[in-house]
Design a binder for this molecule. Structure first.
Ligand SMILES: Cc1cc2nc3c(=O)[nH]c(=O)nc-3n(C[C@H](O)[C@H](O)[C@H](O)COP(=O)(O)OP(=O)(O)OC[C@H]3O[C@@H](n4cnc5c(N)ncnc54)[C@H](O)[C@@H]3O)c2cc1C
Length: 379
């Protein structure tokens, strides 16, 4: 058998490149008990060509040309407050839109129950793909769509987690001058099923539809982030990320994809033209830039990327060593997370089958939540 079914689940990051590349549409994505999507092959349609395995190979097309670190925050206060960090994503996306290009990124569906990769062609549409969402997004046939745009001569910015950019690159199997890619310092991604249970329960509690979700609400400061959910009846849920059980399920590592513990893209070498993150530690590097409203860490990895941003006066070049920065301030650049108790995690998902999110969270996450709060207070 020469198809994607030989890949073990803990090695599958769910990028969906295999689904996009299959010439006979033999692959679909099915959710496992935890709610993460894995490829499933229809053996009647599979012609054993092995092309799906090619798109899943272990050799990563890392960019290694140059790496320069910049800090950035948008001077547009509205864009900055609506972004998770300093708004570097919006700055890069606007350059592409101004050139008549299209931008791809992770945005919510209309009722905020699902995260999907979408295409954006106007400034107004951009807001849906702003801000970090702690959910793995559904790619469906988005790489095929990107390829069609590139082949018709359109400039494209594709953004997402490093494995999603990796999925696009192994799907395309060639370089395009008109393709710009941007990944994130990615802490890991969470289960769409757990998020759906959480958000459905919120809707029930507030007896209303959801009209906005922000996992990184900065109204009380970038370092005091909160989750906020707005409802069509005008009500709002607002809670510290230390107290909200969905965010705790993410930070506790119960609710992250198994392959994230062994991510092959987590590295000082990067796959994209740009890598964005929170500029943790900026207060020790250049205090003048820190007003607790959010600063983006911008790593430019290629000459092409450098050329695109050349005229931007709001980017501040910082002479830092990436490895040293990662060790001191932002270990998720190249260090995988760890989970101590896998049996508890298994029990968490089993219980979720028959109970509400809040009941299961209270049972498995209360102690973890209290410990994290204490650690934060001691800091
Ligand atoms: C799940 C997750 C974990 C992260 N963990 C860290 C971390 O540990 N350390 C760190 O420094 N930074 C982390 N980041 C990155 C950080 O939160 C900001 O996304 C980044 O700094 C860009 O912020 P911005 O202000 O420039 O733009 P924003 O407007 O905040 O960023 C929007 C960009 O994020 C993408 N995006 C949002 N959610 C997802 C998703 N679920 N899947 C794929 N793409 C998504 C959009 O497509 C768009 O490109 C994480 C982001 C995500 C999504």
């Amino acid at each position: 058998m020469s198809n994607i079914s030989i890949i073990l689940p803990h090695n599958c990051c769910g990028c969906e490149a295999c689904l996009n590349i299959c010439p006979t549409n033999a692959i679909k994505m099915d959710a496992d008990l935890e709610g993460f999507l894995y490829p499933s092959v229809d053996n009647c349609k599979c012609i054993d060509c092995g092309i799906c395995l090619e798109a899943c190979k272990d050799s990563i097309p890392f960019n290694n040309e140059l790496q320069n670190i910049y800090s950035y925050y948008s001077v547009n206060e509205d864009v900055r407050s609506r972004s998770s960090s300093g708004g570097a994503f919006s700055m890069i996306a606007e350059i592409i839109l101004n050139k008549g290009g299209v931008v791809y990124g992770a945005g919510f569906n209309s009722d905020y129950t699902e995260l999907i990769h979408v295409k954006v062609t106007t400034f107004d549409e951009l807001d849906n793909i702003r801000r970090s969402k702690f959910i793995q997004s559904r790619k469906s046939d988005i790489y095929t769509d990107v390829q069609q745009k590139l082949d018709s001569g359109v400039i494209v910015l594709f953004t997402g987690t490093p494995c999603e950019v990796g999925g696009l690159k192994t799907y395309l199997q060639k370089d395009y001058d008109s393709l710009y890619t941007c990944d994130l310092i990615c802490g890991c991604v969470s289960s769409p099923k757990v998020y759906k249970k959480y958000i459905d329960e919120m809707k029930q509690n507030f007896k209303s539809e959801v009209v906005f979700v922000n996992f990184k609400d900065k109204r009380n400061g970038w370092r005091n982030k909160a989750i906020s959910i707005n409802f069509s009846n005008g009500e709002e849920y607002y809670n510290s990320i230390l107290d909200d059980y969905y965010v705790v399920s993410f930070h506790s590592r119960f609710n992250i994809r198994p392959s994230c513990f062994n991510c092959k893209y987590r590295s000082l070498l990067r796959i994209s033209d740009f890598t964005l993150g929170d500029f943790w530690g900026i207060e020790n590097i250049d205090k003048t830039q820190d007003d607790n409203k959010g600063v983006s860490f911008v790593l430019v990895n290629t000459r092409k990327g450098t050329d695109l941003l050349a005229k931007n006066e709001d980017l501040h070049f910082l002479k830092l060593d990436l490895e040293e920065y990662s060790i001191k301030y932002n270990s998720r650049i190249d260090k995988n997370p760890e989970l101590e108790d896998w049996s508890m995690r298994k029990a968490f998902y089993k219980d979720l089958e028959n109970s509400s999110f809040s009941v299961v969270a209270e049972k498995y996450l209360r102690e973890i939540k209290e410990k994290r709060k204490l650690r934060k207070m001691q800091k």
